[in-house]
Design a protein around this ligand. Structure first.
Ligand SMILES: NC(=O)c1ccc[n+]([C@@H]2O[C@H](COP(=O)([O-])OP(=O)(O)OC[C@H]3O[C@@H](n4cnc5c(N)ncnc54)[C@H](O)[C@@H]3O)[C@@H](O)[C@H]2O)c1
Length: 317
Protein backbone atom coordinates (compact mmCIF):
# COMPACT_ATOMS: atom_id res chain seq x y z
CA UNK A 1 0.00 0.00 0.00
CA UNK A 2 1.12 3.57 -0.73
CA UNK A 3 0.54 6.72 1.30
CA UNK A 4 -1.95 8.10 -1.22
CA UNK A 5 -4.06 4.94 -0.85
CA UNK A 6 -4.87 5.87 2.75
CA UNK A 7 -8.25 7.59 2.63
CA UNK A 8 -10.23 5.77 5.34
CA UNK A 9 -9.12 5.60 8.93
CA UNK A 10 -10.68 3.60 11.77
CA UNK A 11 -10.33 5.21 15.19
CA UNK A 12 -10.88 2.43 17.71
CA UNK A 13 -11.90 3.65 21.18
CA UNK A 14 -12.86 7.29 21.66
CA UNK A 15 -12.11 8.80 25.06
CA UNK A 16 -9.47 11.49 25.43
CA UNK A 17 -7.02 10.22 22.82
CA UNK A 18 -9.23 8.50 20.23
CA UNK A 19 -11.54 11.53 20.07
CA UNK A 20 -8.58 13.84 19.57
CA UNK A 21 -7.05 11.61 16.83
CA UNK A 22 -10.46 11.52 15.13
CA UNK A 23 -10.54 15.31 14.90
CA UNK A 24 -7.03 15.42 13.46
CA UNK A 25 -7.74 12.73 10.83
CA UNK A 26 -10.95 14.47 9.74
CA UNK A 27 -9.44 17.97 9.62
CA UNK A 28 -6.69 16.60 7.34
CA UNK A 29 -9.33 15.41 4.86
CA UNK A 30 -9.55 11.70 5.79
CA UNK A 31 -12.78 9.77 6.33
CA UNK A 32 -12.89 8.49 9.90
CA UNK A 33 -15.06 5.85 11.51
CA UNK A 34 -14.91 5.99 15.28
CA UNK A 35 -15.69 2.75 17.11
CA UNK A 36 -16.72 2.66 20.76
CA UNK A 37 -18.28 -0.02 22.90
CA UNK A 38 -21.78 1.40 23.42
CA UNK A 39 -24.06 4.32 22.62
CA UNK A 40 -23.30 6.15 25.87
CA UNK A 41 -19.57 6.12 25.08
CA UNK A 42 -20.29 7.28 21.53
CA UNK A 43 -22.40 10.17 22.89
CA UNK A 44 -19.51 11.20 25.18
CA UNK A 45 -17.01 10.90 22.29
CA UNK A 46 -19.22 13.07 20.06
CA UNK A 47 -19.33 15.75 22.74
CA UNK A 48 -15.53 15.69 23.12
CA UNK A 49 -15.01 15.76 19.36
CA UNK A 50 -17.39 18.65 18.82
CA UNK A 51 -15.76 20.54 21.70
CA UNK A 52 -12.32 20.01 20.14
CA UNK A 53 -13.59 21.12 16.74
CA UNK A 54 -15.25 24.24 18.20
CA UNK A 55 -11.95 25.09 19.90
CA UNK A 56 -10.06 24.74 16.61
CA UNK A 57 -12.68 26.81 14.75
CA UNK A 58 -12.43 29.54 17.40
CA UNK A 59 -8.64 29.55 16.98
CA UNK A 60 -8.70 29.67 13.19
CA UNK A 61 -7.42 26.14 12.47
CA UNK A 62 -10.69 24.91 10.95
CA UNK A 63 -12.64 27.00 8.45
CA UNK A 64 -15.31 24.58 7.36
CA UNK A 65 -16.66 22.88 10.48
CA UNK A 66 -19.48 21.14 8.57
CA UNK A 67 -16.99 19.55 6.15
CA UNK A 68 -14.87 18.19 9.03
CA UNK A 69 -17.94 16.84 10.84
CA UNK A 70 -19.22 15.23 7.62
CA UNK A 71 -16.08 13.08 7.39
CA UNK A 72 -16.66 11.54 10.83
CA UNK A 73 -19.04 8.64 11.44
CA UNK A 74 -19.66 6.62 14.60
CA UNK A 75 -20.32 2.95 15.12
CA UNK A 76 -20.51 0.27 17.81
CA UNK A 77 -19.70 -2.42 15.21
CA UNK A 78 -16.02 -3.28 14.88
CA UNK A 79 -16.68 -4.81 11.45
CA UNK A 80 -18.28 -1.59 10.21
CA UNK A 81 -15.44 0.49 11.68
CA UNK A 82 -12.52 -1.33 10.07
CA UNK A 83 -13.80 -3.18 6.99
CA UNK A 84 -12.84 -0.36 4.56
CA UNK A 85 -9.94 1.10 6.55
CA UNK A 86 -6.42 1.43 5.26
CA UNK A 87 -5.17 2.69 8.64
CA UNK A 88 -6.44 1.66 12.09
CA UNK A 89 -5.51 3.81 15.09
CA UNK A 90 -6.39 1.93 18.28
CA UNK A 91 -6.88 4.07 21.42
CA UNK A 92 -8.64 1.71 23.82
CA UNK A 93 -7.83 1.27 27.52
CA UNK A 94 -4.19 0.61 28.50
CA UNK A 95 -4.81 -3.00 29.61
CA UNK A 96 -2.99 -5.83 27.87
CA UNK A 97 -5.95 -8.28 27.60
CA UNK A 98 -8.17 -5.50 26.19
CA UNK A 99 -5.51 -4.37 23.68
CA UNK A 100 -4.99 -7.99 22.57
CA UNK A 101 -8.72 -8.62 22.23
CA UNK A 102 -9.23 -5.38 20.26
CA UNK A 103 -6.41 -6.38 17.91
CA UNK A 104 -7.96 -9.82 17.42
CA UNK A 105 -11.29 -8.22 16.46
CA UNK A 106 -9.59 -5.68 14.20
CA UNK A 107 -7.70 -8.45 12.40
CA UNK A 108 -10.94 -10.40 11.93
CA UNK A 109 -12.54 -7.62 9.93
CA UNK A 110 -9.85 -5.26 8.57
CA UNK A 111 -8.30 -5.61 5.10
CA UNK A 112 -5.17 -7.72 5.36
CA UNK A 113 -2.84 -4.85 4.44
CA UNK A 114 -4.41 -2.20 6.71
CA UNK A 115 -1.84 -0.71 9.07
CA UNK A 116 -2.58 -1.27 12.77
CA UNK A 117 -1.17 1.44 15.05
CA UNK A 118 -1.76 1.43 18.79
CA UNK A 119 -1.78 4.61 20.89
CA UNK A 120 -0.56 2.54 23.87
CA UNK A 121 1.58 4.67 26.14
CA UNK A 122 3.62 2.06 27.94
CA UNK A 123 2.70 -1.50 27.02
CA UNK A 124 5.40 -2.98 24.80
CA UNK A 125 4.19 -3.53 21.24
CA UNK A 126 5.63 -7.06 21.28
CA UNK A 127 3.19 -8.05 24.06
CA UNK A 128 0.16 -6.42 22.44
CA UNK A 129 0.87 -8.15 19.12
CA UNK A 130 2.16 -11.51 20.39
CA UNK A 131 -0.92 -13.35 19.01
CA UNK A 132 -1.36 -11.15 15.92
CA UNK A 133 -2.14 -12.89 12.64
CA UNK A 134 -0.28 -10.18 10.73
CA UNK A 135 2.40 -8.73 13.02
CA UNK A 136 4.14 -7.35 9.94
CA UNK A 137 1.55 -4.53 9.72
CA UNK A 138 1.58 -3.66 13.44
CA UNK A 139 3.27 -0.54 14.82
CA UNK A 140 2.97 1.63 17.89
CA UNK A 141 1.82 5.18 17.16
CA UNK A 142 2.06 6.83 20.56
CA UNK A 143 0.77 10.40 20.56
CA UNK A 144 1.22 13.11 23.08
CA UNK A 145 -1.99 14.48 24.55
CA UNK A 146 -3.81 16.17 22.84
CA UNK A 147 -2.85 14.61 19.49
CA UNK A 148 -4.87 17.17 17.49
CA UNK A 149 -2.41 19.81 18.76
CA UNK A 150 0.89 18.28 19.91
CA UNK A 151 3.09 17.26 16.97
CA UNK A 152 5.00 14.31 18.43
CA UNK A 153 4.28 10.66 17.60
CA UNK A 154 6.56 7.89 18.81
CA UNK A 155 6.57 4.97 16.39
CA UNK A 156 7.50 1.57 17.79
CA UNK A 157 8.02 -1.70 15.96
CA UNK A 158 8.85 -5.31 16.71
CA UNK A 159 11.27 -7.57 14.86
CA UNK A 160 8.21 -8.88 12.97
CA UNK A 161 7.07 -5.46 11.73
CA UNK A 162 7.73 -4.98 8.02
CA UNK A 163 10.14 -2.00 7.72
CA UNK A 164 8.07 -0.76 4.76
CA UNK A 165 5.08 -0.45 7.10
CA UNK A 166 7.14 1.54 9.61
CA UNK A 167 8.05 3.92 6.77
CA UNK A 168 4.43 4.07 5.65
CA UNK A 169 3.20 4.85 9.18
CA UNK A 170 5.88 7.53 9.50
CA UNK A 171 4.92 9.10 6.17
CA UNK A 172 1.25 8.97 7.19
CA UNK A 173 1.85 10.79 10.46
CA UNK A 174 4.09 13.32 8.69
CA UNK A 175 1.31 13.93 6.19
CA UNK A 176 -0.86 14.85 9.19
CA UNK A 177 1.77 17.42 10.21
CA UNK A 178 3.32 15.27 12.92
CA UNK A 179 6.95 15.00 14.00
CA UNK A 180 7.49 11.24 14.05
CA UNK A 181 10.35 9.54 15.88
CA UNK A 182 11.03 5.84 15.34
CA UNK A 183 12.37 3.74 18.21
CA UNK A 184 15.04 1.28 17.09
CA UNK A 185 13.76 -1.33 19.54
CA UNK A 186 10.81 -2.05 21.83
CA UNK A 187 11.24 -0.22 25.15
CA UNK A 188 8.65 0.21 27.97
CA UNK A 189 7.46 3.81 28.21
CA UNK A 190 9.13 4.60 24.87
CA UNK A 191 11.10 7.89 24.95
CA UNK A 192 8.81 10.63 26.28
CA UNK A 193 7.18 8.89 29.20
CA UNK A 194 10.62 7.84 30.42
CA UNK A 195 11.90 11.41 30.12
CA UNK A 196 8.97 12.97 31.91
CA UNK A 197 8.93 10.34 34.65
CA UNK A 198 12.66 10.89 35.26
CA UNK A 199 12.01 14.61 35.76
CA UNK A 200 8.87 13.97 37.82
CA UNK A 201 10.71 11.52 40.11
CA UNK A 202 13.21 14.25 40.92
CA UNK A 203 10.41 16.80 41.49
CA UNK A 204 8.65 14.43 43.91
CA UNK A 205 11.95 13.78 45.65
CA UNK A 206 12.69 17.49 46.10
CA UNK A 207 9.25 18.05 47.63
CA UNK A 208 9.50 14.94 49.86
CA UNK A 209 12.94 16.05 51.07
CA UNK A 210 11.47 19.46 51.99
CA UNK A 211 13.66 21.32 49.48
CA UNK A 212 10.74 23.12 47.82
CA UNK A 213 6.95 23.24 47.57
CA UNK A 214 4.91 21.53 44.84
CA UNK A 215 4.14 24.98 43.43
CA UNK A 216 7.80 26.03 43.28
CA UNK A 217 8.87 22.70 41.74
CA UNK A 218 6.33 23.34 38.95
CA UNK A 219 7.32 27.01 38.64
CA UNK A 220 11.03 26.15 38.43
CA UNK A 221 10.32 23.70 35.63
CA UNK A 222 7.92 25.93 33.69
CA UNK A 223 9.98 29.13 33.75
CA UNK A 224 13.39 27.44 33.60
CA UNK A 225 14.15 24.28 31.64
CA UNK A 226 10.72 23.79 30.06
CA UNK A 227 10.66 27.19 28.39
CA UNK A 228 13.95 26.30 26.64
CA UNK A 229 12.81 22.73 25.97
CA UNK A 230 9.85 24.18 24.05
CA UNK A 231 12.45 25.32 21.50
CA UNK A 232 15.28 22.74 21.56
CA UNK A 233 16.00 19.37 23.13
CA UNK A 234 18.45 19.11 26.00
CA UNK A 235 21.38 17.93 23.85
CA UNK A 236 21.10 21.11 21.79
CA UNK A 237 20.64 23.22 24.94
CA UNK A 238 23.95 21.77 26.20
CA UNK A 239 25.56 22.56 22.84
CA UNK A 240 24.56 26.22 23.25
CA UNK A 241 25.70 26.36 26.88
CA UNK A 242 29.46 26.09 26.34
CA UNK A 243 31.95 27.69 23.96
CA UNK A 244 33.13 24.18 23.02
CA UNK A 245 29.58 22.90 22.57
CA UNK A 246 28.08 19.71 23.97
CA UNK A 247 31.46 18.03 24.37
CA UNK A 248 32.81 21.03 26.29
CA UNK A 249 29.74 21.04 28.54
CA UNK A 250 30.11 17.30 29.26
CA UNK A 251 33.79 17.74 30.14
CA UNK A 252 32.92 20.66 32.40
CA UNK A 253 30.17 18.71 34.20
CA UNK A 254 32.41 15.64 34.59
CA UNK A 255 35.07 17.78 36.27
CA UNK A 256 32.64 19.44 38.70
CA UNK A 257 30.42 18.32 41.59
CA UNK A 258 28.98 14.86 40.90
CA UNK A 259 25.29 15.78 41.02
CA UNK A 260 24.38 12.45 39.42
CA UNK A 261 25.20 10.79 42.72
CA UNK A 262 22.56 12.90 44.48
CA UNK A 263 19.70 12.50 42.01
CA UNK A 264 16.69 10.43 43.11
CA UNK A 265 16.95 6.78 42.15
CA UNK A 266 14.08 5.11 44.04
CA UNK A 267 12.11 2.64 41.94
CA UNK A 268 8.51 2.89 43.20
CA UNK A 269 6.46 6.04 43.52
CA UNK A 270 5.77 7.03 47.15
CA UNK A 271 2.21 6.08 48.25
CA UNK A 272 1.36 9.28 50.05
CA UNK A 273 2.62 11.89 47.56
CA UNK A 274 -0.64 12.01 45.57
CA UNK A 275 -2.81 13.03 48.50
CA UNK A 276 -0.26 15.51 49.88
CA UNK A 277 0.47 17.17 46.55
CA UNK A 278 -3.22 17.25 45.59
CA UNK A 279 -3.96 19.63 48.47
CA UNK A 280 -1.27 22.04 47.20
CA UNK A 281 -2.48 21.74 43.62
CA UNK A 282 -6.05 22.53 44.74
CA UNK A 283 -4.80 25.69 46.46
CA UNK A 284 -2.75 26.66 43.39
CA UNK A 285 -5.82 26.26 41.18
CA UNK A 286 -7.96 28.32 43.53
CA UNK A 287 -5.33 31.10 43.45
CA UNK A 288 -4.80 31.12 39.66
CA UNK A 289 -5.82 34.36 37.90
CA UNK A 290 -9.34 34.15 36.43
CA UNK A 291 -7.72 34.36 32.96
CA UNK A 292 -6.22 30.89 33.52
CA UNK A 293 -9.23 29.41 35.34
CA UNK A 294 -9.90 27.44 38.47
CA UNK A 295 -11.00 24.00 37.23
CA UNK A 296 -9.50 21.33 34.99
CA UNK A 297 -11.64 22.19 31.98
CA UNK A 298 -10.82 25.91 31.97
CA UNK A 299 -7.14 25.37 32.78
CA UNK A 300 -6.86 22.80 29.95
CA UNK A 301 -8.40 25.35 27.57
CA UNK A 302 -5.81 27.89 28.70
CA UNK A 303 -3.05 25.27 28.21
CA UNK A 304 -4.30 24.58 24.69
CA UNK A 305 -4.40 28.31 23.81
CA UNK A 306 -0.80 28.65 25.02
CA UNK A 307 0.15 25.51 23.08
CA UNK A 308 -1.22 27.10 19.93
CA UNK A 309 1.03 30.14 20.44
CA UNK A 310 4.08 27.87 20.81
CA UNK A 311 3.02 25.77 17.81
CA UNK A 312 2.73 28.94 15.73
CA UNK A 313 6.35 29.80 16.56
CA UNK A 314 7.29 26.32 15.30
CA UNK A 315 5.11 26.86 12.16
CA UNK A 316 3.05 23.87 13.29
CA UNK A 317 -0.32 25.62 13.53
N1 LIG B 1 -4.50 10.24 28.16
C1 LIG B 1 -3.24 10.45 27.74
O1 LIG B 1 -2.58 11.45 28.10
C2 LIG B 1 -2.60 9.50 26.76
C3 LIG B 1 -1.52 9.96 25.97
C4 LIG B 1 -0.96 9.10 25.02
C5 LIG B 1 -1.46 7.80 24.87
N2 LIG B 1 -2.49 7.38 25.66
C6 LIG B 1 -2.97 6.01 25.45
O2 LIG B 1 -4.14 6.07 24.65
C7 LIG B 1 -5.01 5.00 25.00
C8 LIG B 1 -6.35 5.57 25.41
O3 LIG B 1 -6.17 6.40 26.54
P1 LIG B 1 -7.27 7.51 26.95
O4 LIG B 1 -6.61 8.38 27.94
O5 LIG B 1 -7.90 8.11 25.73
O6 LIG B 1 -8.36 6.58 27.70
P2 LIG B 1 -9.90 6.86 27.89
O7 LIG B 1 -10.32 6.04 29.04
O8 LIG B 1 -10.18 8.32 27.88
O9 LIG B 1 -10.54 6.25 26.55
C9 LIG B 1 -10.60 4.87 26.29
C10 LIG B 1 -11.70 4.62 25.28
O10 LIG B 1 -11.73 3.24 24.95
C11 LIG B 1 -13.07 2.79 25.00
N3 LIG B 1 -13.08 1.35 25.30
C12 LIG B 1 -13.26 0.73 26.48
N4 LIG B 1 -13.20 -0.61 26.30
C13 LIG B 1 -12.98 -0.82 24.99
C14 LIG B 1 -12.85 -1.95 24.19
N5 LIG B 1 -12.92 -3.18 24.71
N6 LIG B 1 -12.70 -1.79 22.87
C15 LIG B 1 -12.59 -0.55 22.32
N7 LIG B 1 -12.71 0.57 23.03
C16 LIG B 1 -12.91 0.44 24.35
C17 LIG B 1 -13.72 3.63 26.07
O11 LIG B 1 -15.15 3.63 25.95
C18 LIG B 1 -13.09 4.99 25.80
O12 LIG B 1 -13.79 5.68 24.79
C19 LIG B 1 -4.31 4.23 26.11
O13 LIG B 1 -3.58 3.17 25.56
C20 LIG B 1 -3.39 5.27 26.70
O14 LIG B 1 -2.29 4.71 27.37
C21 LIG B 1 -3.08 8.19 26.59
Amino acid sequence: MKLEDIRNVASIGGGVIGSSWTVLFAMKGLNVKLYDINDDCIAADKKTIEGNIDFLVANGAIEDKAAVLSRISYTTSMEEAVKDAQFVQESGPERLPIKQSMLEQIETFAPVDAIYATSASGLPLGQITEKAMHPERCVGGHPYNPPHLIPLVEITKTEKTDPANVELAKAFYQMLGKEAVVLHKDCPGYICNRLQLAVFREMVDLVERGVCSVEDADKALTFGPAIRWAIFGHNMIMQLGHKDGLKGMMDMLAGGYNLCADIANWDTLPDDYGAKAQAEIDTMMANFPDEIGHNNHDIAQYRDKMLIEILKLHHKF
